[in-house]
Design a binder for this molecule. Structure first.
Ligand code: NDP
Length: 257
């Protein structure tokens, strides 16, 4: 038992910023980092849901901000330092490529590439000065393979894996690692709402849509947010110091099937 307690506190004394920490995968990451002893700050656009997560003990502090507002990020991060940055915030937009609204295409890049890049740029100097830091970008299986109908999302998620690899090499000798965690289809509002939408359009129940969908996946079910969070906590660990520039895929084998 004492070994277990020790394991839970492996990140004691460290601080983390988790974007999109109010629900879904980000909330699970905040909870898991908090459980590991880390002082966690969550960021999102809606103060009420962030406050609720803090009240429930998932995090210590909250910052209300839209990650795509790069000027606001610079002001908010001035004078702040975090040992661990988890770039998780974001949504997915689907549309056939030829019908894609250019603004929607740009929004995907803004959320999944420009925002993580800017937060990394702002927080990296303090990590380098300390000689310790962990930047963990939430990619996707869409970082390593294509999917139809979501070209902008796939392009942006490939790009964040590219940034991960390039930045990892720049900081490799300085105690800072940069990795990505690439989940497969995970049970969050993002996926469950899209199932409900398909159900409405096809006259099936959401349960039927989900059952058909997961029956084609090696895992036979959706990934759980806590399973993604486990990979994040592993990469955040001081002992993960030689794991750098990786895209850790958490998809039950979907991308290798
Ligand atoms: P959710 O919709 O459940 O949660 C998204 C979180 O991000 C919320 O906290 C939301 O809060 C926040 N957020 C969204 N846009 C912004 C923004 N512009 N600025 C600040 N915060 C924002 O999504 P998931 O948990 O499913 O997804 C999280 C990440 O995981 C995303 O990067 C997604 O691409 C990735 N992913 C998800 C998969 C899945 O199957 N669910 C699979 C692979 C990757 P608020 O709305 O209040 O701002």
């Amino acid at each position: 038992m004492s070994g277990q307690r020790e394991g839970q506190q492996r990140l004691a004394g460290l601080s983390a910023l988790v974007t999109g920490g109010s629900r879904g995968i980000g909330l699970a990451i905040a909870q898991a980092l908090t459980q590991a002893g880390c002082g966690v700050t969550i960021m999102g656009r809606h103060a009420a849901s962030l406050d609720e997560a803090v009240r429930n003990g998932a995090a210590k502090h909250q910052i209300s901000a839209d990650v795509t507002d790069l000027d606001a990020l610079a002001a908010l991060m001035a004078g702040k330092q975090f040992d661990i940055l988890v770039n998780n915030a974001g949504t997915a937009i689907s549309a056939p490529f030829a019908k894609q609204d250019p603004a929607a295409f740009a929004a995907m890049t803004a959320q999944h590439l420009a925002a993580p890049a800017e937060l990394s740029r702002l927080l990296l100097p303090a990590m380098l000065a300390k000689g310790f830091g962990r930047i963990i970008n939430i990619g996707s299986t869409a970082s390593v393979q294509g999917y139809q109908g979501v070209a902008a999302y796939v392009a942006a998620k490939h790009a964040i894996l590219g940034l991960t690899r390039a930045l990892a090499l720049e900081v490799a000798k300085k105690g800072v690692t940069v990795n990505a965690v690439c989940p497969g289809f995970t049970a969050t509002g993002l996926i469950l709402e899209s199932m409900a939408d398909t159900a409405r359009k096809t006259g099936q129940t959401p349960e039927e849509v989900l059952a058909k969908f997961v029956s084609k996946k090696p895992l036979g079910r959706l990934v759980e947010p806590a399973e993604v969070a486990f990979a994040v906590v592993m990469l955040a660990d001081p002992l993960a110091s030689a794991i750098n520039g990786q895209g850790v895929v958490v998809d039950g084998g979907e991308s290798i099937a």
